[in-house]
Ligand binder design. Structure first.
Ligand SMILES: *Cc1c(COP(=O)(O)O)cnc(C)c1O
Length: 464
């Protein structure tokens, strides 16, 4: 790996960063005191920092670098496209070859009649598109009052005002006047934290039934769509019990509610199929995509739309679009990313090789005294930290206190594993090897041991 060391010293970079750079989802003051870790290079599943440390990135950046770091083909395509046509829009009766090729490829990969792509610069923007598109769809069909979108608490659908409103993160809703009107949140299918005395199966059915109750209470003539991640990602890699999705699908079908699958994380191989909807056997009308679409090499997102919705809104002008919708460089890079994924059968590598191996190692971590449940679908996994496995107790300290301690030990041990509250989560690059999975697990276990020690020493091993 050709590490470049001719940069300023780390402490100086950190001071300049703290002086001028505002970080997303960050307590700025705290970070300024501590100093951000400066990432300078990356290759495969590893990132390198300004002190020369080699860190295993078990989060694939932000769930996005599916193909791994350092793929020269993607850089070459971007370079060529910038020289050929760096930018042109597709607003006013024009198009370009990257948009044509990418849309065709996505339509071929997507299941059923999901054949049409509306582009955005990100997943959040794509979900903003979805809000307007489903409401517009019903309006064109003569039902403008069908405007409510049902979502779930602790869902993540982005950070724009629209995306953050669809999402069910209370900490986000508390800031900046969200949610917007006509978004309704039901409870999430998180059995570990909220299942009480129910079996997972009964709990899955009960949480799905909340969708039906909400539709009845709001009136089916008022509800436009239900949106959900096939597997909740940022909420802590929450995998619904098996009974949940079949029931949700039945309810959407029965009441004529559009189903939007937010595939921003699950899409493009993460769950062992091209789309999480295939893994979970759901039939959405619209899929939100971003992240793995370009493996994060360029910012691009979009909505894959079924024939029916596309046909209905085709008659009128849809007064919506972004300057960077179908950006030619982003589209060319995404297309090359997907071409490589197909050619190298990366989805097959996940399904047949690394996902089964990781599942076995991941689930074995429940032998650790602090690990309650271990959940995993394809290459996204979570473990719940607990002081009492039998009762599924939460720690007495504020949620996230113990998770943060564990995350800090991971970071110190050159493993990037995130925490959501007191759940630890991973989503490594899909090209990871079994040997690299061994390294991931070794570092995770070491970090868990160290974190447990700290938790005990600090008197935090206490049940709520
Ligand atoms: C990351 C994410 C988004 C938002 O995508 P951005 O590109 O960050 O705007 C939306 N939905 C899900 C499920 C995500 O994980």
């Amino acid at each position: 790996m050709n590490q470049i060391f001719n940069h300023a010293p780390t402490h100086e970079l950190q001071a300049r960063d703290a002086a001028h750079h505002m970080h997303p989802f960050t307590a700025q003051g705290q970070l300024a005191e501590k100093g951000a870790r400066v990432i300078t290079a990356a290759n495969g599943v590893f990132v390198y920092d300004s002190d020369g440390e080699k860190i295993l990135d078990a989060m694939a950046g932000l769930w996005c670098v599916n193909i791994g770091y350092g793929r020269e083909e993607l850089a070459d395509v971007a370079h060529r496209q910038m020289k050929q046509l760096p930018y042109y829009n597709t607003f006013f009766q024009t198009t370009h070859i990257p948009a044509i090729e990418l849309s065709e490829r996505i339509a071929n990969l997507a299941p059923a009649d999901l054949n049409h792509v509306f582009y955005a610069g990100s997943g959040s923007e794509a979900n903003d598109t979805n809000i307007r598109m489903v409401r517009h769809y019903w309006a064109v069909k003569g039902k403008p009052q069908k405007s409510i979108i049902i979502s779930r608490k602790n869902a993540y659908h982005g950070s724009t005002v629209g995306g953050g409103s669809l999402g069910g993160m209370s900490a986000m809703h508390e800031q900046g006047g969200m949610p917007i009107p006509d978004i309704h949140h039901i409870n999430q299918p998180n059995w570990w934290s909220e299942g009480g005395d129910m079996t997972p199966e009964d709990f899955g059915r009960a949480r799905a039934a909340e969708l039906e109750e909400a539709i009845k209470q709001l009136g089916a003539d008022r509800v436009a769509a239900f949106i959900a991640e096939p597997v909740q990602g940022a909420g802590g890699v929450i995998v619904a019990p098996d009974t949940y999705w079949p029931e949700v699908q039945r309810i959407c079908d029965h009441y004529g509610i559009l189903l939007i699958a937010d595939e921003v994380i699950c899409g493009f191989g993460r769950t062992g199929n091209w789309f999480g909807s295939e893994t979970l056997h759901i039939r959405p009308h619209i899929m939100t995509i971003a992240k793995g679409l370009s493996s994060g090499y360029q910012p691009i997102g979009g909505s894959i739309v079924c024939d029916e919705v596309a046909k209905v809104i085709a008659g009128d002008e849809f007064n919506h679009g972004y300057t960077y919708s179908s950006h030619p460089v982003a589209a060319a890079v995404a297309n090359e990313n997907l071409r490589i994924m197909e050619e190298e059968n990366i989805v097959g590598h996940v399904r047949d090789t690394v996902a089964p191996y990781l599942k076995q190692k991941w689930e074995a971590m429940t032998d650790h005294p602090m690990v309650g449940e271990a959940k995993i679908v394809g290459m996204m996994g979570s473990i719940a930290l607990t002081p009492n496995k039998a009762t599924r107790a939460a720690f007495k300290s504020d949620a996230g206190t113990v998770g943060y301690i564990c995350r800090e030990r991971c970071f110190a041990n050159n493993l990037i594993m995130r925490h959501v509250g007191d759940r630890m989560i991973i989503s490594p690059p899909l090209i990871i090897s079994n040997d690299e999975i061994d390294l991931l697990i070794t570092r995770a276990r070491k970090s868990l041991d160290e974190a447990m020690e700290i938790v005990k020493v600090q008197g935090l091993w206490e049940e709520k």
